[in-house]
Design a protein around this ligand. Structure first.
Ligand code: UDP
Ligand code: MG
Length: 319
C-alpha cells in the first residue's frame, strides 16, 4: 500500500513566490501519485507564519481549487522552526505516513524528493537534504556557514553540515521529535538526537527567484547562537578554564611584585596595570554574556509557553 505524504511549507511574507512554489510541488505530487509511489491523499501543508503581506489570501485562494493544499494561518510570527512544528503536528493529525519539510522559496531542489522517498522505502526514517554546492550563496554566507559548522563540531553537537530544514521524516520520527518539549528550537540539532536510521541526499541549491531572504545578518547570527547554546555547555566550561589560567597568571605577577618590593626595586608598570584591567574586564563581560545566554534560555523554557496558535485553516474536508 502506498504511503501518504505531507509536504510542509513554512511561509513568512512569501507572496511573490508562493503560487509558483505550490504549483511546482503540486506537479511533483501528481507525478508521484501517478507512479504509485505515494498515496492519492497526499498533501501540501502551507503554514502562514504571521505574514504581513498577502501570503494568507494567496494560500487560501490556491486551497480553494487545488485539492492538495491545506492552509494553516498562525496568529503571529513565531519563526520558521516553530512554524515547522505547527506543520508537523498538523501532518500527524491528518494521518501522514511521511513528512517532508522544505522552504517555501523552493531554493532546495524538489527533485531530491524522489531519492528521499526511495531511501525511505528502504527503511530510512530520516533523510537529510544536504547541499553539495553553495555557489548560489554569497561569499560571506559561505564563510560564516563554514565557521558555524566547525564551531558546532567542536562543541560536539551532532549537526549535519550544509543541511538546512529540507528533510524527510517518517511518522514515527515526527512523533518522537514532538516529544522534545523545549521552546528554544533548533531542529537541525534535535533531529539527529532521535537516533533513527538516517541517510543523506545531495542536491545543489538555486538562488531565490523572487522575494527576499528572511534571514539577514542579525537573524542569522542569533540563529547560530541559538544553535550553539541549545546543544552545548562547553562555552560555560571554557570560561571556567580560562578563568583558572588567568588566576594563575595573576598569582605569578603577585609573587613577582612581592619579590621586587622586598629587593627594593621601583615598579613602574602603570601601562601594564591599565592593560590588565581592561583585558580582564572584557573577559569578565564576555563570560557574563555567555552565562546570560544560558540563563535567558532557562528563563524562556521555564515559562512553558505554547509554541504557536492557529488562527484559521482552509476548509479541510478534502483530507
Ligand atoms: N520563515 C518563516 N518564519 C520566519 C522566517 C522565515 O516561516 O520568521 C520561512 C520562509 O518563509 C522560508 C524559510 O523559512 O520558507 C526560509 O527562509 P529564507 O528562504 O528567507 O531563508 P534563506 O534561504 O535566505 O536562508
Ligand atoms: Mg531561502
Amino acid at each position: 500500500m502506498s504511503k501518504r505524504l505531507s509536504v510542509i511549507l513554512p511561509c513568512y511574507n512569501e507572496e511573490p513566490v508562493i503560487r509558483q512554489s505550490i504549483d511546482r510541488l503540486s506537479g511533483k505530487l501528481a507525478s508521484l501519485i501517478d507512479a504509485g509511489t505515494i498515496d492519492a491523499d497526499s498533501m501540501i501543508i502551507a503554514i502562514d507564519d504571521g505574514s504581513t503581506d498577502n501570503t494568507w489570501n494567496a494560500i487560501a485562494g490556491i486551497a480553494s481549487y487545488n485539492r492538495f493544499v491545506v492552509g494553516i494561518k498562525l496568529t503571529h510570527n513565531v519563526g520558521q522552526q516553530n512554524a515547522l512544528i505547527a506543520g508537523l503536528e498538523t501532518a500527524i493529525q491528518k494521518d501522514a505516513d511521511i513528512t517532508i519539510t522544505i522552504d517555501a522559496d523552493l531554493q532546495d531542489d524538489i527533485n531530491a524528493i524522489d531519492k528521499m522517498l526511495e531511501l525511505h522505502s528502504q527503511g530510512c526514517e530520516i533523510v537529510y537534504g544536504v547541499r553539495n554546492d553553495r555557489s548560489s550563496d554569497s561569499w560571506f554566507k559561505r564563510v560564516t556557514a563554514r565557521m558555524f559548522y566547525n564551531f558546532m563540531k567542536a562543541t560536539q553537537a551532532k549537526i549535519i553540515p550544509n543541511h538546512s530544514d529540507y528533510r524527510l521524516m517518517s511518522r514515527r520520527a515526527v512523533e518522537l521529535l514532538l516529544a522534545y518539549e523545549e521552546r528554544n528550537l533548533f531542529l537541525r540539532g534535535i533531529v539527529p538526537l532521535i537516533g533513527l536510521k538516517s541517510e543523506r541526499v545531495y542536491y545543489s541549491r538555486t538562488p531565490r527567484h523572487a522575494g527576499y531572504t528572511k534571514y539577514p545578518l542579525g537573524k542569522m547570527l542569533s540563529f547560530a547562537i541559538e544553535g550553539i547554546t541549545s546543544f552545548s555547555v562547553r562555552p560555560i566550561r571554557a570560561i571556567f578554564t580560562v578563568g583558572l589560567a588567568f588566576m594563575f597568571i595573576a598569582l605569578s605577577i603577585l609573587v613577582y611584585v612581592i619579590v621586587a618590593i622586598i629587593q627594593g626595586r621601583n615598579i613602574p608598570g602603570w601601562a601594564s596595570i591599565m592593560l590588565s584591567i581592561w583585558f580582564i574586564g572584557s573577559l569578565i563581560l564576555i563570560a557574563l554574556g555567555i552565562i546570560g545566554e544560558y540563563v535567558s534560555k532557562i528563563y524562556l523554557e521555564s515559562k512553558h509557553r505554547p509554541r504557536y496558535f492557529i488562527d484559521r485553516t482552509t476548509d479541510t474536508d478534502k483530507h
